[in-house]
Design a protein. Sequence first.
Length: 255
Amino acid sequence: MGVLNVTPDSFSDGGLYFERESAIARAKEIEQEGGDIIDIGGESTRPGSEAISEEEEMQRVLPIIESVVRTVGIPISIDTYRASVAKRAVEAGAQIVNDISGFRFDDGMPLVVREAGAGVVLMHSRGNRESLHRQSRMEDPIQEVTDGLSESLRRARAASISAGAVVIDPGVGFGKTADESLRVLKDLTVISKLGYPLLVGTSRKSFIRSVTQSNDAGTAATIVAAIMNGAHIVRVHNVEQARALADMTDRILLA
């Protein structure tokens, strides 16, 4: 899953693809570099970021989705926690909803996903939009992540969303200290026992810099570790590198 942030302030690529033409060009690159999904987001949720209005989010993402869906042949995901934005994005051509709140922030989101027949990524996070990155330490990170994802899955089932449409994401870096994020990566196999495909997003996150200043090399190590430990999808900025890493790691696992 290649990241396409149409924001002025995302932590890694803020402003690079804020303009329509540059966003479309990057979407083409993601596909050419071996991306399987393009994840389009209009609001940064990095530490220290501020929420934008629903109207502003729509103004950022909808024209890009409408253009990209005519340009590439791979699925588009909308990275949003707002049901209204997800609904409009799916109508514009997105096929997957990537919800960092795991259905916690907007009670209307499960219905939107079900009625659209969309795929959905349910991510583990704690707190509300304002306190996502200001959470206390967890006593048992793996148990708390598993419990949180279980609740998100319960909401999906209650909304009659097909199990085959659901992917879970342990939310590495969201409300987790560096050592908690590393623990989650190490113990992904425990989380996989929930029985759903796993998406892992570690790309260029701050916990990597607690270990190494080489962000891309550190990210590469986490991608390999995630796949070795059971991840089915990795969400990345450097798609070309991640494609090679995923292909090589898969061959090792299949050897």
